[in-house]
Design a protein around this ligand. Structure first.
Ligand SMILES: C[S@@+](CC[C@H](N)C(=O)[O-])C[C@H]1O[C@@H](n2cnc3c(N)ncnc32)[C@H](O)[C@@H]1O
Length: 192
């Protein structure tokens, strides 16, 4: 039997609020207007709550985090997550239990993918997970969409550069040419 918390260890008491997340991701108001936004590793759901508090943005956020699957957590950790889940539910904000490596969304359905202090930060021990996650982000992104990750340190920069090289040498396949541009843009803009 699969043990509990196989993918779900990253319980964090350091969830950030909307203002902190937009500052870290360098997001401006115009980046957030009229969008379907996917927040990967959304934790406390502060980003979704902040977007809802700014109805003039006319955007919706889907919060995705493996920890929303409370049944997979130990009682102690489930208690930490329950508050976030309760608040997202009470605000009727879309919330999905899932992993970045297998995003449960259709191709080209999201305008903006964000991941703050989550992916690939939390999965750097596995190049396979990082590679799958980046490709999944690109798969669900609408043409012309954008991915914003934070933090991008030297290690993440190097991993993403390897993915870009793999695509160039056709060892890795991505659907669209502009995907390369998107990855490069994300890395260059967020490199610390
Ligand atoms: C430090 S919290 C960050 C929460 C929030 N984004 C913030 O900025 O405060 C990291 C979150 O990433 C989630 N996470 C870890 N691995 C993940 C994966 N492979 N896919 C999606 N979320 C993941 C964890 O469950 C955790 O809630």
């Amino acid at each position: 039997m699969e043990s509990k918390e196989k993918h779900y260890k990253e319980i964090s008491a350091t969830w950030r609020n909307f203002e902190q997340i937009i500052e870290e991701l360098k997001l401006k108001q115009e980046d957030l207007e009229d969008k379907i936004i996917l927040d990967i590793g959304s934790g406390g759901g502060g980003f979704a709550a902040g977007v809802k508090e700014n109805p003039e943005l006319n955007s919706r956020v889907i919060s995705l985090d493996p920890n929303y699957n409370l049944e997979k957590l130990s009682e102690e950790n489930a208690n930490l997550i329950k508050k976030a889940v309760r608040e997202l539910k009470s605000e009727q904000l879309p919330m999905v239990a899932g992993l970045s490596q297998e995003l449960p969304f259709k191709d080209e359905s999201i305008d903006l993918v964000i991941s703050n202090h989550a992916v690939p930060w939390h999965i750097l021990d596995s190049a396979d997970k990082v590679s799958k996650s980046i490709k999944e982000m690109i798969r669900v992104l609408k043409p012309g969409g954008e991915i914003r990750l934070h933090p991008v340190d030297e290690k993440i920069y190097n991993i993403v550069a390897i993915i870009i090289e793999g695509v160039k040498r056709k060892e890795l396949e991505l659907k669209r040419r502009e995907d390369l541009v998107i990855i490069r843009k994300v890395v260059m803009e967020n490199k610390e």
